[in-house]
Design a protein around this ligand. Sequence first.
Ligand SMILES: *Cc1c(COP(=O)(O)O)cnc(C)c1O
Length: 397
Amino acid sequence: MPRVDSGEGAWLQTEHGRLLDAISSWWVITHGHRHPEIVAAIKAQADRLDQVIFAGFTHQPAEDLARGLIDIAPKGLAHVFYSDSGSTSVEVALKMALGFWRNQNSPRKRIIALEHAYHGDTVGTMSAGGRGVFNAAYEPLLFDVARLPFPQGRGCDTLAALEELAKDAAALIVEPLILGAGGMHIYGAELLGKMKALCERHGTLFIADEVMTGFGRTGTLFACEQAGITPDILCVAKGLTGGSLPLAATLCMPEIFQAHYSPDRSRTFFHSSSFTANPIACAAAVANLQVWREEPVRERVAALGEMQQQRLARFQDDRRFESVRRLGTIAALDLKVSDPGYLAGRGPELTAFFHARGILLRPLGNTIYVMPPYCITAAELDLVYDAIGAAAAEFGG
Ligand SMILES: *Cc1c(COP(=O)(O)O)cnc(C)c1O
């Protein structure tokens, strides 16, 4: 395993040479490694306040970030709860949904989730995630959730199943528009909007897990914007600090906050951790929001989407691939193999092949995807697609 010594823009420097980070160091780096403004904010905050208990105390970076998030999030989300990772942001969301119903003496407690979903690796988030190789060993620990079929075409089966299940469920949780770790499966904004409307009709809470999709990945700041919806609960993490430090936030609508806000302390939303709202991480996130305000990030995201589309085109009719697809800045294609899926034998071989060519790609089994930081240039992206072409020549049928 190579040791990584430094990072700059879209590149990592390892002890063996340079690597082009075409998966944004596991989907977190948005503007590039070590964005100067984010680095400066981290340094300045480290000089002022490193860490403080966030129960009964507050601090400027957490307050600035909460205001900033509410400003940019889908309209109506009014409260922010901090945690440390995507998984914990989703745990918090699930707990908020359950607490909301319990504090109203409602029997609703079932969670509905999509087939192939990925929501994290803690026991709660694994429960909401699709069942498979990631969590088979922990099956005895997982709680039961109602499962919707992944949408095909117009998603009629998905909606019909939701119609049946939403009547007495606590919440539906979705990765809006694209299911990431489950295999980069894409579905439409129209269907996302319909799922939200259906939940509203049945009074079921709607949780959007934007841990991967947030901060521009799907072409808009949040994927939910493309359906014009505001979820009741929104989870963000990966790109929140531009990928520089671990931090997550769960935003919610006023009703959910109100259901927990009471002089009766048994109604409290009980969730805390040692590093909740770490000041340095919050300062990095505040700087990230500033980068979004001050730099043409939206234009960069749109341009990257176009660049991906042009380069994908060369594989569109290539019989060695199937399901050539793109959403915003994310491109994916499946190498045809005899054993498709996460455990496809070709997976580790492809990863090693790309690394040997100086490209950091890490296919999900036979699904090759490209999810670079927004600073990647056309010439750099060419290197990625040339490597994919070479991989097809080496491994394609
Ligand atoms: C990565 C991811 C998570 C988990 O985030 P961690 O920070 O790795 O815990 C949750 N949901 C989605 C959609 C993700 O892509």
